[in-house]
Design a binder for this molecule. Structure first.
Ligand code: NAP
Ligand code: HSE
Length: 426
């Protein structure tokens, strides 16, 4: 079967898709009986040099050349950002063209609109590459975990920040050098503040948690903190306590309520997620039947992402006329779990304090006032102000925030450097 595809974008990911399709042409025909024909490629600048050898006549900067071409079956999008991707994809779906996208921003922000357009026209909507690059995590949630009630999904879903934290931790690189390296390797978003600020992981958690928990989790429901304030000292202090720092995306059901949050997190070195290094991603999940499971692989980069995109294209070709759409969007609002903002968590607290009698007592006093109990206390040197690292027992998020607001006003406290949540052993 021949399937005609238009590519929207020929940057890092689009070039990867182009290469994989060339490389796998014969295998796709032999194994899947599918011939994928690239009919058009939309770019911003048709004269820009490309890293792949693409016929000039395929390139266009006019989306109409694609949307008005009745021979195109699938529009595969990797331009990035919400607009104009949203407009192009909705128009394509309205015209009955199936959409394959790697763009988590457009899926997370415009899911209802895309889904409605796909259902109405009977076209397919595929987005495996939008979360965790090459790891087949969307397919796993949609097709392999139906027998489970999902209790937790916890992931390293941003390759850029994981590569930065790994290089800062293992090679002693500065944050800036580590970010520049991730950009040079093509992991970072066109605007890397989306990675380091946590927004990219929020988009991905919005998609993952919606599928995992069967209710629409909007990006504005997700608590978000990035890694921009993390210092090499935090990473080193954590290491000395047996903790590894990761940017985690967490969706968890506790006491009948759902927490959805993205923030830097210390995890015990023995947790399976702690071993995930460089741009690798992992999604650790807990289902009531399967127990714990972890999906691991390359979460960013051209070829791993192209692997997921080409797989979606092949699946879309084989599903023509019988595409599936996830059921949670059909609206079971009454079954939705309430969202929890006051979760229970242990915390690492890094303070600079004046090394004077009573300093620790005043800090511990405030913690006690808010019901936050200390698990460990470490004073790191004798200079003043001196770094003081506390780890608390699990306490309510809002109690910790209230205690920290008061602690930073104490005379003994020079500065609160960081407060980082700590997960327990997996
Ligand atoms: P990129 O290198 O910046 O490529 C973007 C491409 O889209 C370029 O070819 C650009 O054209 C084209 N484009 C952008 N805006 C356009 C517009 N308004 N009209 C026409 N063409 C337009 O970005 P990327 O790294 O490939 O990422 C693309 C998407 O894949 C993003 O949604 C990203 O989140 C997602 N993704 C990326 C990765 C990764 O590892 N990088 C992994 C998974 C998913 P020109 O070349 O002419 O400028
Ligand atoms: N910028 C993203 C990351 C690309 O670093 O994970 C993969 O979605």
């Amino acid at each position: 079967m021949q399937i005609n595809v238009a590519l929207l974008g020929l940057g890092n990911i689009g070039s990867g898709v182009f290469r994989v399709l060339q490389r796998q042409q014969e295998a796709l025909l032999e194994r899947e009986n599918v011939v994928v024909q690239i009919k058009r490629v939309l770019v911003r600048d048709v004269n820009k040099p490309r890293s792949v050898q693409v016929e000039r006549s395929l390139l266009t900067d006019r989306v109409e050349d694609i949307l008005e071409d009745p021979t195109i079956d699938i529009v595969a999008e990797f331009m990035g950002g919400v607009e104009p991707a949203r407009t192009y994809l909705v128009q394509a779906l309205n015209r009955g063209m199936t959409v394959v996208t790697a763009n988590k921003a457009v899926v997370a922000c415009c899911w209802e609109e895309l889904d409605e357009a796909a259902r109405k026209s009977g076209a397919g909507l595929y987005y495996e590459a939008s979360v965790a690059g090459g790891i087949p995590v969307i397919g796993t949630f949609n097709r392999s975990l139906q027998a489970n009630k999902i209790l937790e999904v916890m992931g390293i879903v941003n390759g850029t920040t994981n590569a930065i934290l790994t290089n800062m931790s293992e090679r002693g690189w500065s944050y800036e050098a580590a970010l520049a390296d991730a950009q040079a390797k093509g992991y970072a978003e066109p605007d890397p503040s989306m990675d380091v600020g946590g927004q990219d992981a929020v988009y991905k958690l919005s998609i993952l948690a919606s599928l995992a928990f069967g209710q629409r989790i909007r990006i504005e429901d997700i608590h978000c903190e990035g890694i921009t304030t993390i210092t090499p000292e935090d990473i080193a202090f954590g290491k000395s306590l047996g903790l590894t720092l990761k940017l985690l995306a967490i969706g968890r059901v506790e006491e009948g309520r759902l927490q959805v949050r993205v923030h830097p997190t210390f995890i015990p070195d023995g947790h399976p997620i702690a071993s995930v290094r460089r741009a690798y991603n992992a999604v650790f999940l807990h289902g009531d039947a399967i127990g714990h499971a972890m999906l691991y692989g390359r979460g960013a980069g051209d070829l791993p992402t192209a692997s997921a995109i080409v797989s979606d294209i092949v699946m879309a070709a084989k599903n023509a006329g019988k595409h599936e759409h996830p059921a949670f969007l059909l609206g079971r609002e009454q079954d939705a779990l309430p969202l929890e903002k006051n979760w229970l968590t242990a915390c690492y607290v890094h303070l600079l304090v004046n090394d004077t009698p009573g300093a620790l007592a005043s800090i511990a006093g405030v913690m006690g006032k808010y019901g936050v109990s200390l698990a460990t206390v470490n004073q790191i040197s004798r200079n003043t102000p001196v770094p003081l690292v506390l780890v608390t027992h699990p306490a309510r998020e809002l109690s910790i925030q209230a205690a920290m607001a008061e602690i930073q006003e104490l005379e003994a406290v020079d500065r609160v450097v960081n407060v980082i949540r700590v997960e327990k052993e997996g």
